[in-house]
Design a protein around this ligand. Sequence first.
Ligand code: ADP
Ligand code: MG
Length: 698
Amino acid sequence: MRPSLLNPLFAPATSLPGVGSKIAKLLDKLVTESGVGARVLDLLFHLPYATIDRRTRAKIAEAPFDRVVLIEAQVVEHYPPGPRSRAPYKVLVEDETGDVLLVFFLTNHAWIEKSLPVGERRWISGKLELWDGHRQIVHPDRVLDAEGLAKMQAVEPVYGLTEGLPPRVLGKAIAAALERLPDLPEWHHVPAVAKMPAMPSFAAALRALHRPENPEAIEPTGPARVRLAYDELLAHQLALALTREHLRCAVGRATQGDGRHAAKILSSLPFELTPAQTRALAEIRADLASPSRMLRLLQGDVGSGKTIVALLAMASAVEAGREAALMAPTELLARQHYAGIAEYAEAAGLRIALLTGRSAERARLLSALASGEIDIAIGTHALFQESVAFRDLGLAVVDEQHRFGVHQRLALGAKGKAVDILVMTATPIPRSLVLTYFGDMDVSTLPEKPPGRQPIDTRALPLERIGEVTARLSRALATGSRAYWVCPLVEESEAIDVAAAEARFATLKEIFGGKVGLVHGRMKSEDRDRAMQAFAAGKTQILVATTVIEVGVDVPEANIMVIERAERFGLAQLHQLRGRVGRGKAKSSCLLLYKTPLGETAKARIEILRETQDGFRIAEEDLRLRGEGDVLGTKQSGMPGFKLARLDVHGDLLKLAHEEARHILATNPKLEGGQGKALLLLLYLFERETAVKLLGAG
Ligand code: ADP
Ligand code: MG
């Protein structure tokens, strides 16, 4: 159970004064994913990204231009615009050194009259400019009387906002949240950490960030932010370490196949395994055969042939008299896996079934699973629902890992006694990040692709030349080509994504008529499957899509990929999308349509993509390019997110956190005593309570 000390932090934001249901809705949107209710802690973790520094006070004549200054002045005269005039409302103020015009466009006149009474003294903050020979401040950000001045924050934090949420309202909510922040016992005890320069306490760090004393206080490399980033990384590493301990201690079982099914599968394949596939398979089989529990990651680029390795591994489990399960993040992918391997599995006499959330024969399949009449079950997360029981699950393969979390890994692992777990990533992960996300696993890598792949001709074109693209498409379609057309990613809203895709669908339909299909995330899954199948069967030749096709979709005949507004996609994502083509015999191309002018980073991304098709290299470059403000865990990276840590800045702390977590488990594995209690608080604060539960489970 969560320690009661933390209850105020996990209370809903509506428990704060001034936060009603309307504001709470906006806060939900701002600080939480997927619309769960914002809590006090979420507000505290919403850190400022900039500050407004109002410490510079100056006489008017001496005040610097083009930066925020605070002046003390007397109101001289008002110049309201004439009726129906669109001119601004101006107010002249002065001190003994000179005067300034305050300029207001479309502002409530009554407010101006009330705030700036003629003859009175006021403190005015804003950016001073020289315009037409006069000093002016357009829309001062503060107009204060003496009382207001006393309350003013000299260094004001600036927060990311969402539409409809005024900065002042957010600022007040966060200030109220700070009032609820208790002082917590220190959880760091390791010498290396204690030596970090001037590490403030958790609460002091949050206060320092939300009430900055100077602009430097909020810098990502400053002590407050470093402290919190380190806390988050430690919570994560500790949870991983606890999970690993739990899984490793859980009794394993030797699952030794005799190779009979595998041999049949191999002889039915139209190709030979690559050396990398053979090596990975040997590593997996060694784990299966050993009495301890397997927890292994199979890493490889799109199309590197992970699925067949997984199938052969599952065959080993079946040879040993047990069952295997393969779990994909979406139903579409589960179906594709099934379609891709059923033939080989059946050729080897394996009984394979697709089990999805809505299959009509679900009940029959469930009882077949429980009685062991199915050797290999393929499905989505529906496979780890409680109603699903296996007779003797030996191996669980989880595809496209980073859509799942530690939590799901555990749920599936709990499905059988001593289930070995093999995780397959959707894309290569930079070496430095493997530790972060898979710190608890052994790794097998497929660094090269099967032979015979043709390079994908990759080009970038400005959006204005879209006509050339459609012309090229009509020529290609005439020769039987199939093309994906991916529409822009709009971070804020899936609804806008969909609207963009629908609009493109409509314009392409005008040109290509019934040859065009559409899929997006808001469609009913039946409709989406139907559209996918029509494309796979060649009934449609252009498939307009949002990024739902990003992962794993496999139509070998598709050989053209058009990505619209490519500058909006992350590098890893572009690489994933491009990987949807180049899977068949025909020569493939990828057209990146971008909007001018192209920013530096977007330019660099497109350059790298044109230069290489090596997913591992792209992953490294992606990490390197991901700059300022782009935290891992955004939609772009598709990785599980950190709220406070930024791996580009705080990456070095990761190793330290990893070591501290190991040290903790070595010295205090049950998290007992004062330090143990404090560490539990840490795990709860960063919502790693699944790991906390393992402590009791033993
Ligand atoms: P991944 O899951 O890693 O993206 P897949 O397992 O889907 O890749 O493999 C991509 C394609 O390559 C499939 O059509 C598969 O049949 C084929 N393939 C796999 N291994 C080999 C190999 N050794 N030689 C030739 N083709 C292969
Ligand atoms: Mg795959």
